[in-house]
Design a protein around this ligand. Structure first.
Ligand code: NI
Length: 194
């Protein structure tokens, strides 16, 4: 396994549409996924898309750990470490949630980003099996963030209020300000980078 260099905002690889994978079960994709997992864990992230490691292919990995959600949270809030090849999603219903996001390609920065609160996603595992899951809350958020990377979209482009973009060190101050003006209701605890 190899630790891979992570592309940072401004590099065009993050702005391109990634190409579909022809054979999800190929050894080449298996090796890429192994290196992506090692790289994401080393960077203490919760999601990584192949374009972030300069591979313009439709491959993402993510996790939605149980400890991020409250007690009695539905199972759809969580996911173990998951690899999805050629992923797609569709929203369920019209609910939009505001929440904090970071990105390993935009280190040190967090923003409040609107996302669909409930989705169904599909793709392929590295053994070629189809995967289909329902996702809610942070689980839905991380999947939408990672699939955006495959279409060349970084989270600031999804923000509807760029005044809610912050250095991590200033986030406490921003959240106080947001609470005061009641603009960020529903925003969750600070996220890890994706
Ligand atoms: Ni990201």
């Amino acid at each position: 396994m190899t630790l891979l260099k992570i592309a940072r905002m401004g590099h065009p690889v993050l702005l391109r549409s990634a190409r579909p994978v022809v054979d999800p079960a190929s050894a080449e994709i298996g090796a890429l996924v192994g290196n992506m997992i090692e790289t994401m864990e080393d960077a203490a992230g919760v999601g990584l898309a192949a374009p972030q490691v300069y591979e313009s292919r439709r491959v993402i990995i993510f996790t939605a750990p149980e400890e991020r959600a409250g007690e009695d949270a539905p199972e759809t809030d969580f996911a173990p470490l998951t690899t999805l090849i050629n992923p797609e999603f569709e929203p369920i219903g019209d609910d939009i949630a505001m929440g904090l996001e970071g990105c390993l390609s935009i280190p040190g920065i967090t923003g409040i980003v609107p996302r669909h609160a409930r989705i169904i996603y599909r793709g392929y595992a590295p053994d070629g099996r189809p995967v289909e899951r329902e996702a809610t809350n942070f689980h839905a958020r991380v999947v939408q963030h990672e699939i955006d990377h495959l279409d060349g979209i970084l989270f600031p482009s999804r923000m509807t209020d760029l005044s809610c973009l912050s250095f991590n060190e200033e986030l406490g101050h921003l959240m106080e300000y947001v609470a005061e003006r009641r603009a960020g209701s529903g925003a969750r605890q600070a996220g890890q980078e994706q």
